[in-house]
Write a protein that binds this ligand. Structure first.
Ligand code: DC
Length: 227
């Protein structure tokens, strides 16, 4: 049996990280873990329960009540995220959550909570995890680290198309503002800011297709698995 590795994919919002991560996981028979979904689920819980996240004690109390799981849905062939037993895979993509997630994911307690679970999931290796700090903080020894990037206009357009299907009232301006705000907070927060790990390979997909990007990344993965 071939060696199992950890593949991390970090980068700005809406770069296509999850698409690539899913494709790689499928091709290699690995588990895909969407770390952003964990931060979104925590945000959803905070919003629903009116948690005052400016108060450390409230944050700690709330986190103690949160249970997050990824459960495999055989009929769809994918894993979906569950928050305290409820499937929240779709509701966490809402703009209401996106507007607050960068603020909440910047909190130290929230990051410690999520990182601990992410490391547990990665213990057996054979995973592809995407996020912002996966190659720098969560798995600094990962065998393959990819840093994805794409031009802003291309990212806005892609996210708009995705969100428009769920909400035809959404405007391109709203999507653009949200992406810019999240990029700013994600790269400027004091705890685990979004950075390219020094040993990460850069994949800029502004001008390449999904298929081309997949072929490049799969080649990198196979090289690392062989060595
Ligand atoms: O990947 P995404 O857009 O679903 O992530 C949602 C937010 O969660 C993103 O704006 C920043 C945060 N995040 C993070 O801080 N660290 C991660 N590893 C993943 C996501």
């Amino acid at each position: 049996m071939s060696k199992k590795i950890i593949i991390t994919i970090d980068g700005y919002s809406s770069c296509g990280k999850s698409t690539l991560a899913r494709q790689l996981a499928d091709a290699l028979g690995y588990v895909y873990v969407d770390s952003g979904a964990m931060y979104r689920a925590i945000t959803l819980y905070f919003l629903r329960h009116h948690v005052d996240w400016t108060k450390d004690a409230e944050v700690k109390k709330a986190l103690a009540r949160i249970n997050i799981e990824f459960l495999y849905r055989p009929e769809k062939g994918v894993s979906e995220i569950y928050l305290n037993g409820e499937n929240v895979e779709y509701i966490i993509r809402d703009l209401v959550v996106a507007e607050k997630v960068s603020e909440i994911s910047a909190l130290r307690e929230v990051r410690e909570f999520a990182v601990e679970q992410q490391r547990k999931i990665g213990k057996e290796k054979g995973i592809v995890m995407d996020g912002r700090d996966i190659g720098t903080v969560v798995f600094p020894d990962a065998e393959l680290k990819i840093f994805m990037t794409a031009d802003n206009a291309v990212r806005v357009e892609r996210r708009f198309k995705e969100l428009y299907q769920q909400n035809p009232n959404i405007t391109i301006e709203e999507v653009k503002n949200n992406l810019e705000m999240r990029d700013y907070i994600d790269t400027h927060r004091p705890v685990s800011p979004l950075r390219k790990a020094p040993d990460a390979l850069v994949l800029d997909n502004t001008h390449i297709s999904c298929e081309e990007q997949f072929n490049i990344a799969l080649k990198w993965a196979k090289e690392r698995i062989k060595n």
